[in-house]
Write a protein that binds this ligand. Structure first.
Ligand code: FES
Length: 163
């Protein structure tokens, strides 16, 4: 990573933490980590250091909090994120067929990033849209009535979409 990229990560984290401090009633290490994670999509070392600095804790303290929560990721996500719901309702109406098609198309055995870094695959246990099951979230869009064919069309459109 270049020096400029590192400086940009620090600036973006500082901006997120500043906005968080203005908006939040209570500022904690965890709330700052969430703010940084929302802004960057993951928690690089630079974000951990900025949270430590802004909350007056040690870097080890902040890592201790961050590493406790499995929802935080510490490597950069793909340009697009596809979350396949495999919760009970989606499972009953075909989520596993959708998931299998998505994994095969992306060349993945489980969650992770495609080799070209374009798409991240995540699992979800409920996207809150059970009435539309099976459901996928594509970046910020929740898409219901998913089938393997619709999922493959979605992946094809994401591969060609500019970020
Ligand atoms: S179980 Fe899939 S959206 Fe609720």
């Amino acid at each position: 990573m270049s020096t400029q990229d590192i400086a940009t990560l620090r600036q973006r984290t500082q901006g997120a933490l500043e906005a968080h401090r203005k908006a939040a009633r209570t500022v904690t290490v965890l709330s700052c980590l969430l703010a940084a994670h929302d802004a960057l999509g993951y928690l690089p070392q630079e974000a951990i250091e900025e949270v430590a600095r802004s909350t007056d804790h040690t870097i080890n303290d902040v890592w201790g909090v961050a590493s406790f929560y499995t929802n935080f990721r510490f490597t950069s996500p793909g340009e697009h994120t596809v979350e396949v719901c495999w919760g009970p309702t989606c499972h009953l109406v075909g989520a596993m067929n959708v998931l299998q098609a998505v994994q095969e198309a992306l060349g993945l055995q489980g969650e992770g990033e495609t080799a070209d870094g374009r798409i991240s695959l995540k699992y979800n246990t409920c996207l809150g849209a059970c009435s539309q099951a099976p459901v996928i979230r594509s970046d910020e869009h929740v898409l219901g009535g998913m089938t393997p064919a619709r999922a493959l069309a979605l992946l094809a459109s994401l591969r060609h979409k500019q970020t």
